[in-house]
Ligand binder design. Structure first.
Ligand code: UTP
Length: 418
């Protein structure tokens, strides 16, 4: 776009602060800012601004509970039948894994990318990336394959992750089967829709959430790469669950047999007030509703067996058919906003450090992709076997609780699922 068109766009989209800064800077700096502006999608900027003004309303009246398959309630033969269907996909090299590691890990308060965090498990401390590799390697051995493994990074942590993995020789994983790709970013904007410039005159942006994965896989050619390899099913998991079993043949078998394009291993709520998102159905579509969005009577509601009605919870253990991924990559997921403090240059080019939240960061969430489907296969997992996240520095879901669960699980050698 020509410079005069960019300036025109700044005027149309009310970017008064940046226009003022442009008036006040030298030629060189002006050139730099103009270059930065080439990356701005002004239509999207307007959408973000509209999103700030809208109060997202959740129509909980339409919510219906969802059914899951409880592996403890099926016969051994049924279980084996599903697992064999899943295992066939694996043995035929039609399965890939993606690890989402573009997050900032703010709650953990660790400086580097979360995957480079070392957890003090017995008998030997391990990095989170290493734990993922261990799990994949066990499956590779069992099924005599090498599963293609893709790692989603962010602009902020990509170089560090790539370097870390290289320095650790990919923890013994065949490098030819590993692909790194960067997720997208969205600009930060103030309450009145202004973009922010940092002290180097760069437009301030932030990673656009784990739901970025679908578009990023499309844009970065990952989907195409998978299709070339003949991949039909893709497991997408987080970096921070030390009990994550990416190679879930039961889940895959259930999805295939039930004719679903998406599937998830859930965890059932410990108690009605546990703060995790509930899987449910709304207007015939699959949804995840955050704890904070459910009214008290729905939080407390029980079914005829006395189980929590909206107890089936989403914990980032998701499986997608390649067709589902292609379908989602062409859709626009909704934005979720967070109000935070960000430094910025004022109209005179002076750096301001705000004391109160002054701008919004926008994210897409992976589970918002579910609503493009009217069916999902859910297999109920167990905390002690499937879910030990490293989220907080201390207390619940911390390195201490993850270490305990990890050690208990591996001590028992209940490596039934890989
Ligand atoms: P969380 O939403 O728990 O975020 O991520 P986080 O970055 O680990 O931690 P906090 O919230 O800042 O404390 C769940 C998974 O999604 C990935 C994370 O790396 C983790 O595997 N994620 C999150 C991304 O890949 N990109 C993002 O933009 C956000």
């Amino acid at each position: 776009m020509k410079e005069e068109n960019l300036i025109e766009n700044l005027k149309i989209y009310g970017q008064t602060r940046t226009l003022k800064i442009l008036e006040n800077v030298d030629k060189e700096t002006r050139k730099k800012i103009i270059e930065e502006l080439h990356d701005i999608n002004f239509i999207q900027l307007k959408e973000l601004y509209n999103n700030i003004k809208e109060e997202a309303e959740v129509n909980v009246g339409e919510l219906k509970p969802i059914k899951s398959l409880n592996p403890d309630k099926i016969t051994k033969e049924e279980k084996e039948m599903y697992e064999n269907v899943g295992a066939d996909i694996l043995r035929n090299n039609k399965f890939a894994v993606v690890t989402m590691s573009g997050g900032q890990g703010t709650r953990l308060g660790y400086k580097g990318p979360k995957g480079t965090f070392k957890i003090d498990v017995e008998p030997q401390a391990k990095y989170l990336f290493e734990i993922i590799v261990d799990t994949l390697q066990r499956a590779n051995k069992k099924y005599n394959v090498t599963i293609p493994w893709y790692i989603m990074t962010s602009n902020e942590n990509n170089d560090e992750i790539v370097k870390f993995m290289e320095e650790h020789n990919y923890f013994g994983y065949d490098k030819e089967y590993i692909g790194f790709f960067e997720q997208g970013e969205l600009p930060l904007i103030t309450e009145d829709g202004q973009i922010l410039l940092d002290e180097n005159y760069n437009i301030k942006k932030a990673s656009d959430g784990n739901g970025s994965i679908f578009k990023s896989m499309y844009i970065k050619g990952v989907l195409e790469d998978m299709k070339t390899k003949g991949i039909e099913w893709v497991y997408i998991g987080s970096i921070d669950n030390v009990l994550l079993k990416m190679v879930d043949t039961l889940l895959m078998g259930v999805a295939i047999k039930e004719g679903s394009e998406i599937a998830t291993r859930s965890i059932f709520k410990n108690c009605p007030t546990e703060r995790i998102g509930s899987l449910c159905i709304q207007d015939g579509k699959v949804k995840v509703i955050e704890y904070s969005e459910l009214p008290q009577d729905m939080i407390e509601a029980k079914d005829e067996d006395g189980e929590i009605l909206f107890g089936e919870s989403h914990v980032m253990c998701n499986l997608f058919s390649i067709k589902a991924l292609e379908k989602i990559s062409l859709q626009n997921l909704q934005y979720h906003k967070a109000h935070k403090k960000y430094s910025y240059l004022d109209e005179n080019g002076k750096l301001v450090e705000p004391e109160e939240p002054n701008a919004y960061k926008f994210e897409y969430f992976i589970f918002d992709s579910f609503e493009f489907f009217n069916q999902i296969s859910i297999v109920r997992g167990k905390r002690e076997e499937d879910f030990a996240p490293v989220k907080n520095k201390e207390g619940v879901d911390s390195p201490r609780t993850a270490k305990e669960l990890y050690e208990k699980f591996y001590a028992k050698q209940v490596v039934t699922k890989l």
